[in-house]
Write a protein that binds this ligand. Sequence first.
Ligand SMILES: *[C@@H]1O[C@H](CO)[C@@H](O)[C@H](O)[C@H]1NC(C)=O
Ligand SMILES: *[C@@H]1O[C@H](CO)[C@@H](O)[C@H](O)[C@H]1NC(C)=O
Length: 413
Amino acid sequence: MIPRRKTSSRFLLFTLTLLLLINLSAFVASTELEDDDGEIDELLAIDEEEEEDGSADQHQHVEQQKEAEVLTKAQRIVLELNTDSSSRAISENEFVLILGYAPWDTRSAELMPQFAEAANKLKELGSPIVMAKLDAERYPKAASALQIRGFPTLLLFVNGTSQPYTGGFTGEDIVIWARKKTGDPVIRVNSVAEAEKFLETHHIYVIGLFDKFEGSDYEEFVKAAISDNGIQFGEVGDHGVAKVLYPDIKSTSKFVGLVKSEPERYTIFEDAFEMDKILEFLAYNKFPLVTRLTDLNSVSVYSSPIKLQVMVFGGADDFKRLIEPLQQVARKFKSKIMFIYVDIEDENLAKPFLTLFGLEDSDHALVTAFDNKISTKFLLEAEPTSGNIEVLLGYPYSNFSLSECRIFLSFMK
Ligand SMILES: *[C@@H]1O[C@H](CO)[C@@H](O)[C@H](O)[C@H]1NC(C)=O
Ligand SMILES: *[C@@H]1O[C@H](CO)[C@@H](O)[C@H](O)[C@H]1NC(C)=O
């Protein structure tokens, strides 16, 4: 049987807010507890030494050395600011992306090589952006003048005015975001060879086919490219070239589609060519069929417009077993329900949610659902087969009128 319970939606909202706060403060606390590891550059230098000492086979060794060299070169491309040079850098350059860091902060240390890689790539691409870093502990005055308070902080200065960084945190993410905000939001793909190269570098992208790169439809497309924070946009004038990037393309004149590197690779945009409509289309379709929750994507997952979220908690083996049935179900509820997988061993991510169900000591796979619109939670009672997951979703949500809500509470084997 399915026991029925009423939740005070206020209480749940409060709990969720609290959860977010707990997560955030855990984040801050963990960075504060780190030992002083010395300069970031030293950290990187140590990494490089270790690579050189490694007894791995020769080929790998050479590869690693090459990588280290690229990284060192990229480090030099990142300008090191101090109190004087920081205000000068900002006033003398149209675009400056500044990374405010603290030497002891592990998250800064993780970001630094990504930032350096991005600097290298942006330079290669001829971007006008200046990439710079500021040791906020050593130069606290400069840091506070720039309003750098936490670590790491990324700020883009455009003609002296700052805007917060809203992109992702891999080197590739930083490149995409920086180009969007500095006058280079769309990559034009002119030939089949260029299309093949584009495919190699982008796992997820939006492709636009236009007769002419002008007119209001095209302008809306470009505006969406600028406004979006994480997905590379490409534009094509030739149908044959477009086919390389979107094989199933039917239209020969005007087309926008989203491509991802996973099942459900291709999604056509079928609405009016308006910036907001394109952005909405992306918000609903950009996530994989099943998204694995991580520290890096949690904020964008929580802020997804898809408010009904099914969360599967389990270990690596569970995930292997469940991924296919989950994808099957997720395909049916595409852009209506978000499917999220949480590694039950990742306590920071999993525990706050499991606590909501009083299941924090659970060590077996669980399927829950959160409806963040009406602040209600569900727990699947039966075994998590695709059929059962559909029953969980299908029963109250068969037509997505969310009026009738229940809490399904029990355990699974
Ligand atoms: C920055 O200022 C220069 C000089 O006034 C101007 O030409 C340029 O368009 C400005 N850039 C942006 C992105 O507003
Ligand atoms: C949708 O669900 C509601 C509530 O369960 C029901 O009253 C309504 O008839 C359903 N509508 C359709 C079109 O099935």
